[in-house]
Design a binder for this molecule. Structure first.
Ligand SMILES: [Zn+2]
Length: 462
């Protein structure tokens, strides 16, 4: 057995050194489980350490504020109260003295507590950040379990408290968002020519997804998510519930602004077509183009290919013919050859109508082909020569493998099937989740709480 004692020394601003033993362990060394600090040891250690540090800091602050700033007279103490301060390393009880204002201050309130100025909220900024970050990634319940497992967090912390805190953080971000406008273009062509050379082009992918609703008479509602990908800066995510959000364009504008975008800088908007999505991107950037994300074209063709594979069992020859059409269509569209592409789609549809087969999903295949025909016709103006773009090293898609929707909406919103969302709740969650995913949540906290260090901020692997 070994006796381990941990002592700290804190030198107060007045030069007085306070020494305390904050923990004492008796530790064996005969088995693996005994080697090193246990989680329990570390919790006790951190909690006691936090208690001492916070006590010393708040005492120093109160001492500084117990003297009148005008006449330097000592203020009379009215009494003491203790307050609870919730930190990452436990709920700390702090002495909060109350003082009478000095006689030289006429007219002000009679008494005041210095700590209500220093700590207006009873939750430490880092605690709020930690709860918000993890609850943006996993459920409120799992967040609570995780934090309690590794930190000396109060056992009474529950999912509802974390939900409230996340809501508070998201609402604060929402109130900072300035007014919506129809157009965000602020310069004319002449003024844009005077601007300095912009950085490389920005690609913005915007897409929709669905979240299970908990509102009556509605099973799902639509959310919109996006990803802004500059050439020279880190990516940013965008998320909103359309039927709830009153400032979608402002939201996108702020992200572009954060990425250093200026009005002579080129922006390519890549979408799945769809009016509502395009509306957001309209009148946003003077130098912009709207493209159909190649990902959405290939996805639809892949779905038809799956049906054709099924058709190959009863009718191999017809299936081969249909597969050939699909390859042709894909090739034409890839090369921006809309005319031949649309002719091939028409031929495919005619041939599908004539096939006599026992294949059960033939109706579904016919339907998919007709929908594809409409889709290409509606979005023809947004179909570029993808092959050429690729040759010039330009983007043709914002994500082949996993769409942005899956990243932003997937794990937190859909996988847990029992989870249902209100529009407000989902919208607020999207605000903290997008910032957690692109690694800017901490940056936001640093703006709110000067002195907070950048530690711990990292982009989450999607
Ligand atoms: Zn005074």
């Amino acid at each position: 057995m070994m006796d381990i004692s941990v002592k700290i020394a804190i030198t107060a601003p007045d030069g007085v050194v306070h020494e305390h033993e904050i923990a004492a362990f008796e530790k064996g060394y005969e088995s693996a489980a005994e080697i090193g600090l246990s989680i329990g040891d570390s919790k006790a250690l951190l909690f006691n350490l936090q208690q001492e540090i916070v006590a010393a800091q708040t005492a120093a602050f109160c001492a500084d504020h117990s003297i009148c700033p005008c006449c330097a007279g000592r203020l009379r103490r009215k009494g003491n109260k203790s307050v609870q301060y919730r930190t990452v390393f436990g709920d700390i009880t702090i002495d909060s003295p109350r003082f009478y204002h000095c006689g030289c201050h006429a007219g002000s309130a009679q008494t005041f507590s210095p700590l209500t100025v220093l700590l207006p909220h009873h939750v430490a900024p880092e605690m709020l950040w930690l709860e918000t970050k993890w609850a943006s990634l996993v459920s409120y319940g799992v967040t609570v379990d995780l934090l309690k497992d590794v930190l000396p967090i109060d056992q009474r912390l529950n999912a509802e408290t974390v939900r409230r805190h996340l809501g508070r953080v998201a609402s604060r971000m929402e109130t900072e968002l300035a007014d919506e406008r129809y157009s965000f273009v602020a310069t004319n062509a002449y003024e844009r020519e005077q601007l300095s050379n912009p950085e490389g082009p920005i690609t913005v992918g915007i897409d929709g997804g669905y979240v299970r609703s908990r509102e009556k008479g509605q099973s799902h509602f639509e959310v919109m998510v996006g990803k802004s990908i500059p050439t020279d800066r880190p990516d940013r995510y965008l998320g909103l519930v359309q039927s709830h959000d009153e400032k979608p364009k402002r939201r996108l504008k702020e992200i572009l602004k954060d990425q250093g975008w200026q009005e002579n800088q080129h922006v390519t908007f890549m979408t799945d077509g769809g009016d509502t999505v395009i509306k957001i991107a309209q009148d946003m950037a003077p130098a912009s183009e709207h493209l159909l994300d190649w990902f959405h074209i290939t996805m639809r063709i892949t779905v038809m290919h799956q049906y054709v594979k099924g058709l190959a069992h009863p009718d191999p020859e017809e299936a081969e013919e249909m597969a050939r059409y699909l390859r042709q269509i894909k090739g034409y569209l890839w090369n921006g050859n809309l005319h031949d592409g649309q002719v091939a789609i028409d031929d495919l549809i005619m041939d599908l109508d004539e096939i006599e087969t026992e294949y059960a999903s033939i109706k579904a295949l016919r339907k998919a082909a007709r929908e594809f025909q409409t889709y290409i016709a509606n979005n023809a103006w947004m179909i570029p020569n993808y092959a050429e773009r690729r040759r010039y090293g330009e983007r043709v898609s914002t994500g082949f493998v996993e769409s942005t929707v899956n990243t932003v909406v997937g794990k937190r919103f859909c996988k847990r099937q029992q989870m249902r969302w209100s529009k407000t709740g989902a919208h607020l969650m999207l605000q903290t989740r997008t910032r957690t995913l692109d690694g800017t949540l901490r940056t936001k906290f640093q703006q709110w709480y000067p002195g907070m260090k950048p530690d711990g901020d990292q982009k989450m692997a999607a």
